[in-house]
Design a binder for this molecule. Structure first.
Ligand SMILES: [Zn+2]
Length: 429
């Protein structure tokens, strides 16, 4: 079960009270991810359902406002926090003998659900790392691939939009790629409202997520600009607070588009200059503009500019990213570490790591510690324990200092793994 949200993440993970706008006809429910229900005289249109653990909570929040039957459910994309909390809505339909709703998704969402079927355990493993601080110690699967609500209206690749009317309200659904290749966003002109799914979240976009498949920064920027052209008054993001007011909506979309264009175009420029990843990455950190760093919509609370650099590089480049032929068919890192330990003892490396630590060079200290941690033979338990203890200390410091949720979870998860290993080692001596 979900236990807690890590500090500072409440703005992203949206546990805000549900609210309504446009005379109670639009219901904004925010439970981990956001749902927007549009109440028309002929029934409800629901954009996104939350993670299945919060389906009932969102259902109750909608039902406090209206009893109209659900006619349409739209999936912004097929991620577990946007398409799995539908059960209470379907149970209600069954109970009342109402017609089944149409379920609208992009065909890549259907492919995603097929992928979930073959990678069920893998995704569980990944999610427990990516969300380790939220699902700490929990055994409950975040998502079950076997609980999918099948779409009935499927947008095909060559079809970038679909619209329908319900109760004299127009629902215009658009397909663009960005965080995923199955993204749909919704424009409801009579309600002056855009629902973006995860194309807009209260954070730097989650582009270049270290666990996930390719994402699309340039197309993301283009989607933002298309949305901006509608001049919406309300923007329902995938996560975070409802954005209200034409100026605020325009500003949020513009700055996100600008940042995505920037990271894309600058990495492309450096690729054309014949640079390898390491050089590109460090140069990109140096030229990141202050106006992006300071903007509240681009805070690194979830995604990170540092990850976005990877996303662009990976979009155009293969896995050989160093330009050094040594790296083409590398030896095992354990074997390299063992050779280095033949040149200098564990204690020499440990002393050096401690010196780096005391000078605040934490990242360099980690690299040196890994020589001991990877290369030490089993007999040298004491050196290994000392190296692990220092690594644990550094990872804890880094976790506390890290603003980006996914990055801090990776660091935190690494620290927890070391704690477990230390416990076992201490028992063995
Ligand atoms: Zn999401």
């Amino acid at each position: 079960m979900v236990r807690r949200v890590s500090d500072g993440m409440s703005d992203f993970f949206g546990w805000f009270p549900s609210t309504t706008f446009e005379n109670n006809t639009c219901i904004f429910a925010s439970n981990f991810a956001n749902t927007c229900a549009f109440d028309t005289k002929d029934g409800l249109v629901i954009f996104d359902v939350p993670i299945r653990q919060f389906g009932k909570k969102t259902f109750d929040e909608v039902r406090k406002v209206t009893n109209n039957p659900v006619k349409y459910i739209i999936f912004s994309h097929g991620h577990f926090d946007h398409a799995f909390g539908y059960v209470p809505f379907l149970e209600e339909i069954k109970r009342n003998g109402w017609d089944k709703p149409e379920v609208i998704a992009h065909e890549n969402c259907v492919r995603r659900f097929d992928k979930y079927e073959i990678l069920d355990e893998y995704h569980d493993w990944i999610n427990k790392q990516q969300f380790s601080s939220v699902f700490k110690g929990g055994n409950d699967s975040v998502v079950s691939a076997h609980e999918i609500l099948k779409p009935t209206i499927i947008l095909k690749n060559n079809e970038s939009s679909y619209s329908f009317k319900l109760g004299n309200i127009t629902f215009e659904i658009n397909h663009d790629i960005g965080e995923t290749d199955d993204s749909l966003w919704l424009w409801v002109p009579e309600k002056k409202t855009i629902c973006t799914g995860d194309l807009m979240v209260s954070s730097f976009p989650n582009v270049g997520n270290p666990f996930k498949v390719q994402r699309y920064p340039k197309d993301w920027a283009i989607a933002m600009e298309k949305m901006r052209d509608n001049n919406a008054k309300y923007l329902v993001p995938g996560h975070g607070r409802l954005i209200e007011g034409r100026e605020n909506v325009r500003d949020a979309l513009s700055i996100t588009a600008e940042a995505m264009h920037f990271v894309h175009d600058e990495v492309v420029k450096k690729l054309n200059e014949g640079k390898w990843f390491e050089q590109i990455y460090h140069e990109m950190l140096e030229i990141y503009p202050e106006r992006f760093k300071k903007h509240k919509m681009l805070r690194e609370s979830y995604g990170s500019y540092r990850f976005a650099i990877h996303a662009v590089y990976r979009l155009y480049h293969g896995w050989y990213d160093s330009g050094n032929p040594t790296d083409l068919f590398p030896s095992k890192t354990v074997d390299i570490a063992r050779e280095l330990l033949k040149l200098n003892s564990e204690n020499t490396y440990l002393e050096h790591a401690n010196r780096l630590f005391s000078k605040g060079k934490l990242q360099l200290a980690l690299h040196i510690l890994d020589i001991i941690i990877k290369g030490t033979v089993k007999q040298d338990v004491n050196a290994l324990i000392k190296a692990l203890e220092l690594k644990l200390k550094i990872l804890k410091i880094k976790t506390r200092a890290e603003p980006a949720f996914i990055a801090s979870n990776i660091l935190d998860n690494g620290a927890n793994e070391i704690k477990k290993r230390l416990n076992l080692l201490q028992k063995s001596i």
